[in-house]
Write a protein that binds this ligand. Structure first.
Ligand SMILES: [Zn+2]
Length: 696
């Protein structure tokens, strides 16, 4: 049955005002130490209540009025609320907590970053978003910072941010359809709310409009800018309406600026040194690359000249994966997380009907895991072993990973880590015993989690003792190569000649020789794919370590709010922008065909590009604009001079040509990601061949 409404999620922040104000509320120091936190929580147990009821700040009260209105009209399931708490991290409104005095407000930027990292806010947010179609963010600047944008989203999702003008300016490009409504402090005061309270009030306005127009939630998925229109409805007096209209018109709408810091620096040519220890006994097993799938598909007959998607296409059946675009897949296998399969009921039903191989149209090796980040905050994983064994078997996975529990960030604290370590080992044992007793045909993989080299080594040893010949190391996706090398040095002596060892979430060319020497036989990462649209300087990869930017030519008529904002700020008008946009596209294509020179092309690109420097306070800062021009002129000149897309013999660069280096929409950006994945895989293969036959 089709879902009547999109799955709506609201992310809001904790507020200072709480229902109970006992003395000795929990402090930051209590949250730093899990043992002490548990003791203190016991002391305050009489004040424990669901997070949704604890806060009494203006934003929260108004927000919850809107939430109730929607639930009364459409049922309790219509939306969920998650609270970003500076004490507890990202929690459900239903989670019972006790009063505390911790807030991100007032922390310095680096303190916000460090504490958010400790709480695992970014990962929790990414996983929480997986099962949502329409997400509202009601976060102040420091709370938004704690999320550490950009986050992983998909093209079927829609995000609405109610943010300050400053935060709106820094909003990075996201894959999801994004709408940002910037709010200014001064205007909020005029409206008799603090900026914080205003967000809750606006959500309530929206909720009431949605109750009156039951189609609105669905419409928001494709037209999130409707938010702005409907919040005025239902206001009682013309004065209120005028105030709100003035407020919203006074501030320009969304810019989308990519943070160059989001992308790691291009890989260096030097390889990390190999420690002076004998090679691992499993080296003859070689090394394989798996790519995690996240519905990475493109429209195969996209019309680049007119920027039109194929009419009436079904994204599930008509769109194609990278391995359908290329003759040979650019990976040895695909990793599919349960959390991605369960992305929607419709998707789950399709996968169940045809099996995982047919669903992703890939007959090579498919590995399944449970997506441990999705339940990182739970005391125990929400699955049982038999259920997961059956899931892997019924869907036709080639490899299935046992149910593990991550030991990272706040969950690596003493007391918690030991429990998770034991649970992971116990599950691995249970998984293998039941696998052997049943008639399962997929290959089982046991997981090793740990918090230092010794515990990882013990976990690997234990998995081997249990009887595994394929083991996966978890919780290291964000670890530095140096740390992973230390862990592998402790693990290596325990490996058997037939032990396969998988490293979750890490693909680093410069570390491959040392990882291989120490016993890693497979790894997975989507990093080459995702860099195509994350960051500004390393979007297009090559077979050397050289990387290029993609040329930003955002569509004037698209959903891009950057352009809207320029028009609203009076920097330019639509017709002028449209001329410059089309001029830039034409110039790139003429340059590609050899009918326009490099300097003329650069002029056309920069004429549009320099306008994209966003105005602050309604005015463009000439110094910032000049800086942007100098930087982009250097980057784009480099790209045009080298024409790397001409040198690439991959079918994407051959077929769509120069479009692949234009930063504009999913069909260009994800194709560039496919090309990057291929470049990575070819470099990886070349490196493996060299490692097999060392050069004299
Ligand atoms: Zn290519």
């Amino acid at each position: 049955m089709p879902r009547p409404h999109p799955r709506v999620l609201v992310i809001t922040s904790c507020t200072g005002e709480k229902q109970f104000k006992p003395e000795h509320q929990l402090t930051l120091d209590d949250f730093r130490d899990p043992t002490r936190r548990r003791e203190r929580e016991t002391e305050l147990a009489e004040y424990a209540c669901p997070a949704g009821d604890l806060y009494t700040g203006m934003q929260h009260l108004r927000l919850m009025e809107g939430v109730r209105a929607l639930r009364d009209a459409f049922g309790p399931e219509v939306l969920e609320v998650e609270i970003l708490s500076a004490g507890y991290g990202l929690i459900s409104e239903h989670q019972k907590i006790v009063p505390y005095e911790v807030t991100f407000n007032g922390m310095k930027g680096h303190e916000v970053d460090a504490w958010a990292e400790h709480l695992g806010v970014h990962q929790a947010m990414e996983q929480r978003l997986v099962n949502a179609d329409l997400v509202f963010f009601l976060l102040g600047d420091n709370y938004l910072r704690a999320v550490q944008l950009p986050i992983r989203t998909n093209a079927d999702q829609t995000l609405v941010f109610l943010a300050s003008g400053g935060a709106a300016q820094k909003m990075p490009d996201l894959v999801a359809h994004t709408f940002v409504l910037p709010l200014s402090n001064q205007d909020a005061k005029r409206y008799r709310y603090g900026l914080v309270g205003l967000k809750g009030f606006l959500f309530k306005q929206f909720a009431e409009a949605a109750v009156a127009q039951p189609n609105l939630l669905k419409q928001m998925q494709t037209q999130p800018e409707l938010f702005r229109q409907v919040i005025n409805q239902g206001l009682e007096t013309p004065d209120q309406q005028l105030a709100l209209t003035t407020l919203l018109d006074a501030v320009p709408t969304t810019p989308k600026v990519s943070r160059s810091t989001a992308v790691p620096r291009p890989a260096k040519d030097e390889f990390l040194p190999i420690p002076d220890v004998p090679p691992a006994p499993n080296r003859h097993l070689g090394m394989q690359y798996f790519i995690p799938d996240w519905d990475d598909r493109v429209d195969p007959t996209y019309d680049f000249l007119n920027d039109q998607i194929t009419p009436d296409r079904d994204p599930y059946t008509d769109d194609v994966y990278a391995h359908q675009v290329y003759d040979v897949p650019n990976y040895d296998g695909i990793l599919v997380s349960k959390v991605v399969v369960d992305g929607s009921q419709k998707k789950r039903a399709r996968v169940e009907a045809v099996g995982i191989h047919d669903f992703i149209r890939f007959q090579g090796q498919v590995m399944g895991d449970c997506g441990a980040f999705g339940y990182i905050k739970e005391d125990e994983p929400p699955y049982n072993t038999v259920e997961i064994l059956d899931y892997y078997e019924n869907l036709g996975f080639d490899f299935g990973v046992s149910i593990d529990h991550l030991i990272v960030g706040p969950f690596a604290a003493p007391g918690i880590r030991e429990k998770r370590y034991d649970l992971t080992i116990h599950n691995a044992q249970d998984f293998l015993e039941k696998h052997r007793a049943g008639s399962y045909t997929f290959t089982p993989i046991g997981v090793a989690q740990g918090w230092n080299p010794e515990t990882y080594a013990d976990a690997v040893k234990e998995n081997i003792r249990i009887g595994y010949d394929y083991i996966a190391l978890g919780g290291l996706a964000r670890a530095q190569s140096r740390e992973i090398i230390e862990i592998m040095q402790a693990v290596r002596p325990h490996l058997m000649p037939d032990t396969r060892l998988h490293l979750f979430g890490v693909a680093r060319i410069n570390a491959i020789p040392v990882f291989r020497h120490l016993g890693i036989t497979s790894f997975d990462s989507a990093s080459p794919l995702r860099r195509a649209w994350l960051g500004s300087e390393a979007n297009y990869h090559t077979l050397s370590s050289k990387m290029y930017p993609a040329v930003r030519i955002p569509p004037v008529d698209g959903q891009g709010v950057r352009v809207k904002r320029l028009i609203e700020a009076g920097v330019s008008d639509r017709d002028t922008l449209k001329d410059l946009e089309q001029g830039a596209l034409k110039a790139m294509r003429a340059f590609d065909q050899g009918t326009l020179g490099l300097e003329e092309t650069l002029d056309a690109l920069l004429a549009y590009d320099e306008l994209l420097e966003l105005p602050r306070d309604g005015k463009v800062d000439p110094a910032e604009q000049a800086k942007r021009r100098v930087k982009h002129e250097r980057m784009y000149r480099d790209l045009l001079r080298d024409r790397p897309w001409k040198a690439c013999d991959c079918v994407i660069c051959q077929e769509v040509g120069v479009e692949v280096v234009i930063f504009r929409g999913n069909d260009r950006n994800r194709r560039r990601g496919f090309h990057n994945t291929r470049a990575f895989y070819l470099r990886f293969q070349e490196l493996l061949a060299k490692l097999r036959d060392p050069q004299p």
